[in-house]
Write a protein that binds this ligand. Structure first.
Ligand code: ZN
Length: 323
């Protein structure tokens, strides 16, 4: 029997998803549970165990060599702990140890969800073939991750590439992270909607004040809605330009619900980038939508597991991708 699969966990504030994934990134088995995000830590863990139980009980489990976890952050990969902002029952929670205990002592690789999405886009998506990339998720928050020198760069704790909390407005609004003028404070979906409402945008008869509703209004020509997307695009462009200038990326990939606004976001973003990415070595930077979609977290967790296994001398992501 081939030992050729990894188990992947994608842990978010609303859903815990699990899968068995092969060396080509194909998902062979899935399981999921809602995240009991308001419950105590052990109750949340029981939902993770229920997902893992569905994966370990099947006959494919014997082929699994490692477990990859992509979790809402912050995570601490060096300690094996997670403290997701939206799951208050988990603070410094020893997730890696708990997962190892129910998966027969397999190696467990933990990364933040932004890093997982980046691994997915580098393996299967828009950053494939790029050795230096920034990948971002723009939705209720703004997350991200880096590929540098052809390799995923999670950083010591698994949080590198956290572009949502780079300040792009020195005296800007306080951010829940404790900083000021963060990219997320201007570019996340809730903040796009908030700014539109503050500047006088009125929702339609259904009362929907989501970023998607603002996007619809912008498409219909509402100038306040358009301006809110332009401001978000400007913040993203400044953050992307800073990243490119620091570490020389040649592509920025943007996924998440806000990226679904398409040209409403990408056109002003590319325009704004011309104002911020000005040095010769960043001028050719391209910005493109993500392609891996809703499975990005699972595929990225699988990629992290395969990458971790490579570091331990077992089957490697590069050889898997190459073959
Ligand atoms: Zn912040």
């Amino acid at each position: 029997m081939h030992m050729d699969l990894v188990a992947a966990l994608d842990i978010g504030g609303t859903k815990i998803a699990g899968a068995l994934v092969d060396g080509r990134g194909r998902i062979l088995l899935r399981a999921h549970r809602p995240t009991p995000a308001r419950e105590d830590g052990d109750t949340v863990m029981r939902a993770v165990e229920a997902v893992l139980g569905e994966l370990t009980s099947g006959e494919l489990w014997g082929r699994v060599t490692a477990v990859g976890i992509g979790s809402a952050g912050p995570v601490d990969a060096s300690a094996g702990t997670v403290s997701p902002v939206n799951v208050p029952g988990w603070r410094g929670y020893p997730l890696v140890e708990r997962v190892r205990a129910v998966t027969g002592g397999l190696p467990v690789e933990l990364v933040g969800d932004g890093v997982a999405m980046t691994a997915a886009e580098h393996w299967q998506g828009a950053a494939r073939g790029h050795d230096n990339a920034l990948c971002m998720v723009v939705s209720t928050g703004v997350g991200g991750g880096l590929v540098l020198g052809g390799k995923l760069h999670p950083g010591p704790t698994g949080n590198a590439g956290h572009i949502g909390h780079i300040s792009v407005d020195l005296d800007g609004d306080p951010c829940p992270c404790g900083g000021r003028g963060c990219v997320e404070r201007m570019a996340s979906g809730p903040n796009i909607a908030r700014r539109a409402v503050e500047n006088g945008w009125l929702p339609g008869p259904d009362g929907d004040t989501s970023a998607a509703a603002v996007a619809s209004a912008a498409r219909a020509g509402d100038p306040v809605a358009v301006a809110s997307f332009e401001r978000a695009a400007q913040a993203l462009a400044a953050g992307i330009a800073a990243t490119a200038t620091l570490v020389e990326i040649d592509i920025a990939v943007i996924g998440g619900g806000v990226a679904k606004a398409g040209d409403l976001l990408f056109t002003p973003l590319r325009r704004a980038l011309e104002n911020y990415a000005t040095l010769s070595f960043v001028r050719r930077l391209t910005v493109t939508p993500a392609v891996t979609g809703t499975d990005a977290g699972l595929v990225g967790a699988a990629a992290a597991a395969l990458g971790g296994a490579a570091a331990n001398g077992a089957v490697g992501l590069r050889s898997v991708v190459g073959g």
